[in-house]
Design a protein around this ligand. Sequence first.
Ligand SMILES: [Zn+2]
Length: 211
Amino acid sequence: MSLRVGCPRCAAPVAETEAGWVCVEHGVIEPLWRPAEVTYEAFADHLRRSASMPTYLPWPLSPGWSVSDFAAVGADPERARATMTCTSGPSALDGPVDVIAIAEEAGTGLGARVAGTVHGDPGPDIGDGPPSVRVRIERQVVPLWPISTSAACDEWDRSVVVGEAAGRWLWLVLRPASAMLLLRDDWILRDASQSGPHLVELPFGGPAPAW
Ligand SMILES: [Zn+2]
């Protein structure tokens, strides 16, 4: 198996018990699956692991960009709770940029962990005032609102926007924060679980952010 098991909310060790997967911090959890190494083979395992959830990638990937990280949450692939991808590459204005996309069911906690926000689910920032950006998923336009990260501990330089797509939270975390300006209204996210064979063409690897 090319995927390792962890907790969606923290980095503490987990163990499989008769009650299911257990985190020493959070008790019984839905397991988080992360690649030991970011490769096409591990990504194929990831897509099998998260069959019932979309796995969003910015599309098309610009030259020099690669898929640098991914993860899925859920013991049962048919009832997956969350997926996450990170794509990384150069930009003219910001230098190296990471774009993290997370789709998750409410209450999962992976988005908040990766974004470094205080609340497990997006709070009252959502829908308050006009959205800061809209992205497209297939033919759907998804408005995204900025999430305040100033009160969060473990400060690092990033922007976070969140909206709702197909009844799930959609988080985008951009690093550095100034890379937010790269997000335009014609940005497209594509569900890799529906993309099929041309996934082989995607470059995998490169430095991924710690989370
Ligand atoms: Zn935990």
